[in-house]
Design a protein around this ligand. Sequence first.
Ligand code: NGO
Length: 498
Amino acid sequence: MAIVGTSRMRDLVPAPVSARPEPDQDFRIGASTSIRASGAAVAAGEFLAGLLRPATGYPLPVVDNGSVDGTITLALDPAGEAAGEAYRLSVRSGSVLVEASTEAVLFAGVQTLRQLLPAAINASEPRPGPWDISGGSVVDRPRFVHRGAMLDVARHFFTVAEVKRFIDEIARYKLNVLHLHLTDDQGWRIEILSWPRLAEVGGASQIGGGPSGYFTQADYREIVAHAAARHVTVIPEIDVPGHVNAALSAYPELNADGVAPQPFLRSGSAVGFSSLWTDAEVTYRFLDDVLGEVAALTPGDYLHLGADEAHATSEDGYATFITRALEMVSRHGKRAIGWHEILTANPPASVVAQYWGKTGDSELVRAAVARGNTVVVSPSTRAYLDMKYTTETPIGFKWAAYIDVADAYGWDPGSFLDGVPEDAVLGVEAPLWTETVERFDQVEYMAFPRLAAIAELGWSPASAHDWPDFARRLAAQGPRWTERGVTFYRSEQVPWPD
Ligand code: NGO
């Protein structure tokens, strides 16, 4: 398509299914603009108003009736739901309409609208404007149902406010899953009322031994609610039967010799040395109590069992353990997801495997998919946000790869795994492990801009995949991150504006 002139409608990340810029149809938000929304669309209306008020300084009331002229209308059309999740956005000089089949995709349409405004709309105090929404129309729908980011709060702890900010940033790119890696050798970060020492003792350490902590159940509910308001589902991970030193250090009775190990504070990449005692009933009482409490805090469908790198667990012990753990997850009304090693226990087809291998060649996954299991793809060579960008960047590991933005973007989640059809792929997720990531500005630096690339792979149709075009669109995100104070890596591969 020949594009004449500039329009922010050409700069959207993730790329929409289709966009037709009409530069003579820009809509100007003014002091008297209102947002029309009724019923289940009101939440999206209030969210949009909350986004626009600080920088514009305008009142932007949310109203449920009156003329559409001069307004931004958000509408739900449940009849369209049968055709699947989709939104349509139309920006004319006289009015704006976002119409969607579900609340979640209406919210995605609001995020699109936001990118059609100048970067200064992200300011937290009034700016001069003008506030023009780029004219034209967009039709859009997600490619995959699972579009995730994972944050490891175990190796280094991050606060409720930081996790909320992370949610705000991922929601902009239409990601809809936040996987929280809540427990590991170096820390246990979720309060469990029936086993209080897990958080009190197991949460008091992190790599390097610096200040750490844990989420109380009230904190955790606050995170889940903040995410839900942005149509992001939180998937909690309790990593078992390996990666459990923090739990073992909190409760001597979980150890076969009855002796609690010391907290594990070392940095570096040591993994796979701890294990739950798979022969002991106390282990299963512990696990059932933990999973029961975590399930009760979780409105989403999934509990993540980890199940990776259980090198210190016997093969038989692992299979028995996973079978019993899966039975508990279902009894608590949830579905299980685990890192792909969980497939060695031959789990039922309802179990989702999260693939973190380096290549697309996995017989284990192929065979499981043939039996009916589904997968979320997080290849460590492409989607791991803890890998260094280049040999020059300061933070991160390099055991899987150096991952600059073009590497994070240059693959296809639907065809990455050999012999696995796209309909067995629920989606894509980018994990941010934090062995080397100590502060929240470093979380942002590792996540952005790569997470925007992964978000596009999860949302946009495969036919939209185009690196030069993506790099150009991504460049336009730079001023938006700067405006919001988000730290990001200024990759040389991206033509950032000065
Ligand atoms: C591995 C390991 C994690 C590490 C990470 C570091 C998985 C699934 N288990 O990924 O414990 O933190 O690598 O890159």
